[in-house]
Unconditional design. Structure first.
Length: 313
């Protein structure tokens, strides 16, 4: 496919022809012959590089919001001569907010080199990066060939943990909402309840010292927590994904206390440690934002609702 430079070359060739007609000396024919032979010769020399051009892209799997991250574009050719110019058009799709952007980049003197493209990390989400157009030009830039390229890369922009603007005391909220029930089968438990002996109680459950001081048999009944579910509900992410940053911070705080919890968004994500917290955020950011799904909070130990930069219990 001819380029704009090709039409400039035709104008130059026409000027050289007029010069040849007006100039009687020997230089005119030589100039005309050089202008006619040089472009086809350089095109033939450039064809191996143009036809063998390949492009591969790679990006980090996870980056932090606002970080200076780049997409690496690797160009490969099998010939010795470089290409005068390579144009590449990249499409970036954020699967979380649905934003799609297309950007064109130009590289000169490409042989086997690496180009770098800055990644938009201002907002959180899973970025799907794909090359939608790859073009290369010969040494003079007169002809352009479009090459097929299906290279793709995926990068997840994670929020940095941020303390909410208004956040209640986590430990107080968790302790005040504990409900205990008799442990099925008895046995060891950190919490116990003292009560009178009932037929069917085991001998090991009898509190012998307290029973000796009273006129009745006292039993130590093992108790377990009845409501051990903690929910983190993402109501609104807010401006600059502030709600996501607060959600991540609160999830990490619960993980450090070794408290299992469930992140509630479009789906429910059980979390038991920091790795599962990151995996839940990655999956959350890989789909469009949706309202929180329904869940049963009746037996929940605590429900933290995150809206913008605030936490409500």
């Amino acid at each position: 496919m001819p380029t704009f430079h090709f039409f400039l070359y035709l104008a130059l060739l026409a000027g050289a022809y007029v010069f040849k007609l007006a100039y009687i000396g020997w230089f005119g024919p030589y100039l005309m012959g050089a202008l006619c032979l040089l472009p086809p010769l350089l095109l033939l020399l450039s064809l191996p590089s143009m036809l063998s051009l390949r492009a591969e892209i790679s990006a980090p799997g996870r980056v932090s919001q606002g970080s200076d991250s780049e997409l690496c574009v690797l160009f490969k050719t099998r010939a010795l001569l470089p290409l005068s110019r390579v144009n590449i058009r990249v499409q970036l799709e954020n699967r979380y907010d649905g934003e799609v952007s297309k950007t064109k980049y130009c590289y000169a003197g490409v042989l086997s080199s690496t180009g770098r493209v800055p990644l938009p990390t201002a907002l959180c989400g899973t970025l799907v990066i794909s090359v939608i157009r790859l073009e290369c030009r010969d040494l003079l830039g007169l002809f352009v060939i479009r090459r097929r390229c299906t290279a793709k890369a995926v990068c997840t922009v994670l929020p940095d943990p941020a303390v909410p603007d208004q956040c209640p005391d986590i430990d107080v909220c968790l302790d005040s909402a504990v409900q205990l029930r008799p442990k099925y089968g008895g046995g060891y438990a950190e919490e116990h309840e003292l009560r009178e002996y009932r037929p069917g109680d085991t001998v090991n459950a009898i509190h012998w010292k307290l029973s000796a001081k009273s006129d009745q048999v006292i039993v130590r009944e093992a108790l377990e927590q009845a409501n051990n579910q903690v929910f983190l509900v993402l109501s609104r992410p807010g401006e600059n994904d502030r709600g996501l940053a607060c959600l991540y911070w609160l999830s990490l705080q619960l993980c450090r206390r070794e408290i299992p919890h469930v992140i509630v968004s479009g789906k429910m994500y059980p979390v038991g440690n920091e790795e599962e917290s990151v995996a839940a955020l990655c999956d959350l950011l890989s789909a469009p934002l949706s309202p929180p799904c329904r869940f049963d909070p009746s037996h929940a130990r605590c429900v933290f609702t995150l809206s913008d930069g605030e936490v409500r219990v």
